[in-house]
Unconditional design. Structure first.
Length: 530
């Protein structure tokens, strides 16, 4: 079975492009086709691409430009590892399902539990970071003209309105999302590229290549930092925002049950989003860096937004507002599809009882959208932003929390596949790295271990209660919460992916978590990992 899991019909998943083949593979994994399968490769890729955004980072232009190259290089290995796995197991559960499939016998439930909660944490934090960032952009552009003064309360209000709009649009199903996704791809590629070209063409002066690739800036907050940390340390923590922007490409996995020919489309969606985003992102970064008129004024902009300052310097306030509005629309799309991915992950997790199975519901009135998890995702994202009312530093940790949570959930299945090559080889799909599978997995897991440590390091000096990096606290809380909940509670009923088709055929209520767990432990229904 070198080409992957075979369906009951004898067909190899992913070879044929028919919906029946996709449904056969999903049925072989134990699930019914509940979500509406209407996404093509380009739509699936676009969701991941739309979630990836860009920004200026600590360390200055040199760290920003070179750091983007380094970060994308190593992240591509993570993407390759994920693409190989999603080709074999294209389900909405994504990483937590992969962990259960690849775990040693008897460990599937535990690995799925940990991976699922880290992925859920990361998904919620990414949605929060993107949409709250959009609220800040709207608030910032409103200050360019007029007497508007941003306050935490006003920003939370804008944020709530944006989340509500995302939830409403997602509720109406995949048909409207496909059209918005087409618009998103156009805006993120052609639209932002045109802006970058216009900035380069209109800029009165241009910076040198030395400035763009070799200028270093210690933006950690206090000159005293240099007494205990070297420029290398500042450069390392300077990759934080770059790495954060390269997240969310697991969206292609979470939408695989709604994608035609998923065994091929989903892995290529993951990789296309990474490659295209790396190229476009680098071009945009260079365009903005070369167009900086005054570095000190840009970094310490009165608007609180360096990119807006660049636009004002090049186009004036009116032109800057017009161009910045396009960026805000792009960020709105990023948040929209982040919520889409988040809701599908929660739907898959609830279907396997990682969340209450009440959330494992699709609504036929809205093209089989998982409406309950859409609104759950929006609610959790809103709650995660509430600390911003009292502590901007505590909220800033969301970027680190999102990155660690997601990358740990990406890394665990890759590591399990590396440790159990025979088990992994039996289920590989049409996208297969062959003899390069192990080296890719080693590089990917080492990179994830590295950035996990980096994201927990302090990013400002002096380190006080106001500048402490709270990431380790939040991630630690999830780790110990998942661990103790497993020991004292979840291990008694959570068994990982549930073969719901077999359960229903045997008259077992799939909404009864205890009955499902007992049936699997007693061998009445086979576990999805077998």
């Amino acid at each position: 079975m070198s080409a992957g899991i075979e369906s009951d019909t004898g067909a190899v998943p992913g070879v044929a492009s028919s919906t029946n083949t996709d449904e056969d593979l999903l049925a072989h994994l134990g699930y019914k086709q509940d979500l509406q399968r209407e996404w093509s490769l380009i739509h699936n890729f676009g969701v991941s691409f739309s979630i990836i955004s860009y920004g200026l980072i600590t360390g200055g232009p040199g760290v920003m430009s070179v750091g983007w190259i380094v970060t994308n290089f190593f992240t591509f290995f993570v993407g390759l590892g994920m693409a190989e796995i999603v080709s074999a197991v294209p389900t909405s559960g994504g990483p937590y399902f992969w962990a259960a499939i690849l775990a040693p016998e008897g460990w599937g439930g535990l690995m799925a539990w940990f991976t699922g909660w880290f992925n859920l944490l990361g998904q919620v934090a990414v949605t929060t970071g993107i949409t709250f960032g959009g609220a800040n952009l709207i608030s910032t552009v409103a200050t360019v003209k007029g007497n508007y003064s941003p306050t935490p309360g006003k920003i939370i209000g804008i944020y709530a309105a944006l989340l509500f709009s995302h939830a409403v649009v997602n509720t109406f199903g995949v048909k409207i999302l496909k059209y918005l996704n087409n618009l998103s791809i156009l805006l993120h590629s052609v639209g932002i590229s045109c802006i970058a070209i216009a900035v380069l063409a209109k800029a009165p002066t241009h910076q040198s290549a030395k400035f763009v690739f070799a200028t270093f800036n210690d933006g950690t907050g206090d000159p005293g930092w240099s007494t205990i940390a070297s420029p290398a340390y500042v450069a390392i923590i300077g990759i934080l925002v770059a790495q954060y922007t390269i997240t969310g490409y697991d969206a292609s996995a979470h939408l695989s049950e709604e994608t035609k020919n998923a065994s091929r489309a989903a892995p290529y969606g993951v990789l296309m989003s990474l490659v295209v985003s790396a190229v476009f992102g680098f071009f945009i970064i260079l365009a903005f860096l070369f167009s900086i008129q005054d570095f000190e004024r840009t970094v310490g902009s009165d608007y609180g937004q360096p990119v807006l300052q660049i636009f004002v310097d090049v186009f004036g306030e009116n032109g800057a507002i017009a161009l910045f509005s396009i960026i805000i629309i792009c960020v709105w799309h990023c948040g929209l599809f982040s919520l889409t991915s988040n809701s599908r992950m929660m739907y898959g997790f609830a279907r396997d009882a990682g969340l209450p199975r009440w959330f494992a519901h699709t609504d036929a009135r809205f093209k089989n959208s998982p409406v309950r998890t859409i609104w759950l995702a929006a609610l959790l994202a809103f709650c995660l932003a509430l600390p911003s009312l009292g502590s901007g530093v505590a909220f800033a940790a969301c970027t680190s929390i999102a990155t660690i949570g997601l990358y740990l959930s990406y890394g665990l299945p890759i590591l399990l596949g590396l440790l159990a090559p025979n088990r992994f080889n039996k289920i590989k799909g049409p996208f297969n790295l062959g003899r390069f599978s192990a080296p890719v997995a080693v590089i990917a897991t080492c990179w994830i271990a590295f950035i996990t440590i980096v994201f927990c390091l302090p990013t400002a000096y002096p380190v006080t209660q106001f500048t402490l990096n709270y990431t380790v606290c939040a991630v630690g809380a999830i780790f110990f919460g998942a661990f103790f909940s497993w020991i004292f509670w979840a291990k008694n009923w959570f068994v990982g992916p549930i073969r719901e088709i077999e359960a229903q055929n045997r008259g077992i209520d799939i909404d009864d978590e205890e009955a499902l767990a007992k049936a699997e432990k007693d061998g009445i229904i086979p576990h999805a990992t077998k």
